[in-house]
Unconditional design. Structure first.
Length: 255
C-alpha cells in the first residue's frame, strides 16, 4: 500500500511528504520529542491515515535508537518498562485492528480525535505523582492507552511519557526509558503492519528510508535549539497539531 502510494505519487506529493517529515524532525531537534504528533496530522492530509502510520513506523524506531542505547543498561531499562510494555502490546494490536478495518472516513475521525487528545495533554502537561505501590497497575494502563494511540495514530509516546514523569524520572533516566519505549513500541507497530494484508516488508523498507528527512530536520533543529525558546516553540507546534487534528475530524465527517 505504501509502495503503491509512492510509485503513483506525483513529484509534488513526494516533496510535500518529505517537507512534512523535515518539519517534524525539526520539532524533535528543538524540543527533544514530538516528531510523530507533528508529522502524523500533516501526512494524513496528504495520504490516508493507514499509509501515514506505516510511513512513520520506522523513523520512530531509528531516530530513537541512539538515546535508547546510550549508557548501556538495556536489560535494566526494559525491566523497568515491563508493566508499560505488557499493557502496550494488546493496546497496539487493538489500535492497528481499528486502523486497518474501519472505513477511511471513520479512520480519519478516530485518528483526529487521538491527535487532539495527545496534543491537549501535552499542552496542559498535568504534573502527577504516583505512589510506588501503584506504579505497576498505572504503568499497565498507560501502556495500553499508549499502544492504542500508537496503533491508530503512531502516537504511543505522550501518555507513557506522562507516566514516566509521574513516577519520578527526569533528565537522562527519563530520556532513556522514553526512547526505549518508542523503539520497542514502534518496532512492534512496524512488524504488525508489515505482517498484515494491507502492508508488506517492502513498505517497511520505504518507511526506513523516510528516516532521512526526519534526521535532516533534527540536525537543523539541534542547531536552532539555543536560539529558539523551547517552551514557546513547543506550545506553537502543539497548537498547530490541535488544529490539524480538528481538520482531520472535519475531513472525516464532511470531506
Amino acid at each position: 500500500m505504501l509502495g503503491h502510494t509512492v510509485e503513483t505519487a506525483t513529484p509534488g506529493l513526494i516533496a510535500l511528504l518529505a517537507v512534512s517529515l523535515v518539519i517534524a524532525g525539526l520539532v524533535k531537534g528543538v524540543i527533544g520529542v514530538g516528531m510523530p504528533i507533528v508529522a502524523f496530522p500533516m501526512l494524513s492530509m496528504l495520504v490516508d491515515v493507514q499509509t501515514a502510520v506505516m510511513l512513520l513506523s520506522m523513523p520512530l524506531v531509528l531516530s530513537n535508537i541512539p538515546q535508547a542505547l546510550e549508557g548501556g543498561l538495556v536489560g535494566q531499562t526494559l525491566w523497568s518498562l515491563a508493566p508499560v510494555l505488557a499493557g502496550m502490546i494488546p493496546g497496539l494490536w487493538i489500535g492497528v485492528a481499528v486502523l486497518l478495518n474501519v472505513d477511511p472516513a471513520a479512520a480519519k475521525i478516530v485518528a483526529g480525535v487521538g491527535v487532539i487528545v495527545v496534543a491537549a495533554l501535552n499542552l496542559l502537561a498535568p504534573r502527577l505523582q504516583i505512589k510506588r505501590r501503584m506504579i505497576g497497575p498505572v504503568g499497565l494502563g498507560a501502556g495500553f492507552c499508549g499502544g492504542l494511540l500508537g496503533g491508530i495514530a503512531a502516537a504511543s509516546g505522550p501518555l507513557v511519557f506522562m507516566f514516566l514523569l509521574a513516577k519520578g524520572l527526569s533528565g537522562k533516566a527519563f530520556t532513556k526509558e522514553a526512547s526505549m519505549f518508542l523503539v520497542v513500541s514502534s518496532l512492534l507497530l512496524a512488524s504488525v503492519l508489515a505482517a498484515s494484508r494491507t502492508f508488506d516488508w517492502h513498505d517497511a523498507l520505504i518507511s526506513a528510508l523516510s528516516t532521512a528527512p526526519v534526521v535532516a530536520g533534527m540536525l537543523v533543529g539541534q542547531k536552532l535549539r539555543d536560539a529558539v525558546p523551547a517552551d514557546a516553540f513547543k506550545k506553537l507546534a502543539l497548537l498547530v497539531v490541535l488544529m490539524s487534528g480538528a481538520q482531520l475530524v472535519w475531513e472525516g465527517m464532511f470531506g
